[in-house]
Write a protein that binds this ligand. Sequence first.
Ligand code: SF4
Length: 239
Amino acid sequence: MQRERHRQYLEAIGIDLFVSRREGGARAAVGRAPGAAAAGSDPPPAAETAARWEALRSEVLQCTRCPLHRTRTQGVFGVGPQRADWLVIGEAPGAEEDRRGEPFVGAAGQLLDAMLRAIGLDRRTNVYIANVLKSRPPGNRDPRPEEVAACLPYLARQIALLQPKIMLAVGRIAAQNLLATDVPLGRLRGQVHRFGELNTPLVVTYHPAYLLRTPADKRKAWEDLKFARSVYQQRAKAQ
Ligand code: SF4
């Protein structure tokens, strides 16, 4: 039963006794299955889009635009269906991501997956996940501005191909770089920002690695997810 599953997801995140009675079980579907129609008219043929994705992935994996290519094991391009409505963006690969070539794996990745499942999202079906930086900064230090400047065009091209209906920036580094601001994360939460030429709604929340260190803030993250879900649903209704 959907409501029971929802409760189990919240427990997995570490938020129990937190299902609002007002929410009930009447939650709208929040994602689009792979292969479903994209928003807007006359999208490029699927084969052409797939070829563009592949070309971009190949560029990233061979990229030497910034010094991080010397210390990485491999580039970490992104994961998820190429027609997802949701795009989650983090900071940069960590050690486990660098080893496995996929964003958000390991403990933080498991928490992110549980958070996303709580609002009906899954990286295998309806959410795309990527990072601002595609290569791991040594020792997990913060990305340097010149590295972000070198790498952001790849993310911009991913966004142009995906054309998400909503973006979720997880963590301060992702949020501040996407919004070109140094406003603290706490003040970026709880509002709808706009990104790029398509004015894509962007919502900010905590990074799951931070939530593992600071479980008391998981409730705030859950509020952010519910907020993002409501923004998405309003947008889907209006279209
Ligand atoms: S971080 Fe980005 S710009 Fe730097 S080497 Fe990796 S893919 Fe290229």
